[in-house]
Write a protein that binds this ligand. Structure first.
Ligand code: PEP
Ligand code: MN
Length: 354
């Protein structure tokens, strides 16, 4: 995917972060316009509002639908902001494009469904509109990449991803666990794809928007999509995670943006040290595996089974404790040792099989 074009919209400052803000849902014409006016005055250039809302259970507010397109057109006319909305079906895409919506995003539930993604991709063929694909609800990077590929295959080149966190059975302070390693891996796999962070849906509460946005900027995300509402506590959806436009402006003003990409001498020096240490690590691992094979040979000659569970448990506990004493994370050390042990067992099995 090295033919992507920047999301940059004419007149919008291309510097990081590109901010998209607006209510979770368009509710009334007044709410849409009131929120938009304050956001525009605060310098926001892209306005989001969900017209079609995918709700977990039936009976909730499912969005105003096509009626809201005229309100988005008013936002555009009166504030000069670009408009963005979520699309989940062919009809949504057709209505949004016909109504002049400038940017489309695909929600987490839709991104998890290849049939829905293909339907959207088919209707986007031949259209030039920026599209952002949220991560699917489950922590499945391949499914996320697959959804992005379908849109790319349809010819969309102004393409981006939105990280909105993942469903997890682990109890945590987040509504959707950030699992930062997944968007970081997405960036490694598709380096030219811009990635936005959605701190509202990750956090699920407004107090978490500032710290999550800062974390996203520290990692190097390209932009943010944040829910803002003129009266958050009265919002018809996602009220706990929406902030007023003023609060959002305050959060954005206080973000520390690290943009230095030129590497300095001292950074190069540190990287050289890392490379050298990695060489040594590799060399030690090779030596350790050779010893494992020798042990395998010994076990073979003495008819001993490979697994010596007690010794392995002792080794794991001892090294994990030692790691903590040396200021390292216990779980990290256990993960590393488990991986090494697995490979040792595999090597010994090879020896025994000969
Ligand atoms: C939204 O952006 O309001 C939304 C429904 O998000 P998600 O698809 O991430 O749940
Ligand atoms: Mn929402």
């Amino acid at each position: 995917m090295n033919d992507l074009q920047p999301i940059a919209l004419p007149g919008v400052d291309p510097r990081r972060p590109l901010v998209i803000a607006g209510p979770c849902s368009a509710e009334t014409e007044e709410q849409v316009l009131d929120t938009a006016r304050v956001l525009a005055a605060e310098g926001i250039r892209i306005y989001r509002a969900g017209l079609w809302k995918p709700r977990t259970k039936p009976g909730g507010f499912e969005g105003v639908g096509e009626k809201g397109i005229a309100w988005m057109q008013r936002v555009k006319r009166e504030t000069g902001m670009y408009t963005a909305t979520e699309v989940a079906t062919r009809r949504h895409v057709e209505a949004a494009l016909k109504g002049g919506i400038d940017l489309l995003w695909i929600g987490a539930r839709t991104a998890a469904n290849p049939f829905a993604m293909q339907e959207i991709a088919d209707v986007l063929r031949g259209v030039d509109v920026p599209v952002l694909v949220k991560n699917p609800v489950s922590p499945d990077l391949e499914l996320w990449i697959g959804a992005i590929e379908r849109i790319h295959n349809a010819g969309i080149r102004r393409l981006g991803a939105i990280h909105r966190g993942f469903t997890s059975i682990d109890k945590s302070i987040y509504r959707n666990h950030p699992m930062w390693a997944i968007p970081i891996e997405l960036h490694r796999r598709l380096p030219s794809l811009p990635i936005f962070c959605d701190p509202s849906h990750i956090g699920g509460k407004r107090e978490l928007i500032a710290p999550l946005s800062q974390q996203a900027m520290d990692i190097g995300f390209d932009g943010l999509i944040v829910e803002a509402h003129c009266s958050p506590d009265c919002a018809w959806s996602d009220k706990a995670q929406q902030v007023t436009p003023d609060a959002l402006a305050y959060i954005l003003r206080n973000l520390v943006i690290r943009e230095q990409t030129i590497t300095t001498e001292s950074l190069n020096e540190l990287r050289a040290q890392i490379d050298k240490l990695d060489d040594q690590l590799l060399e030690i691992l090779v030596r350790r595996m050779r010893v494992s094979r020798d042990i395998g040979q010994y076990k073979k000659e003495h008819d001993m089974p490979i697994l010596q569970a007690q010794r392995y448990e002792e080794l794991l506990a001892r090294r994990a404790a030692q790691a903590v004493e040396l200021g390292m994370d216990r779980e990290f050390m256990r993960t590393v040792l488990q991986a090494i042990h697995e490979e040792s067992v595999r090597q010994q099995m090879e020896v025994l099989g000969k």
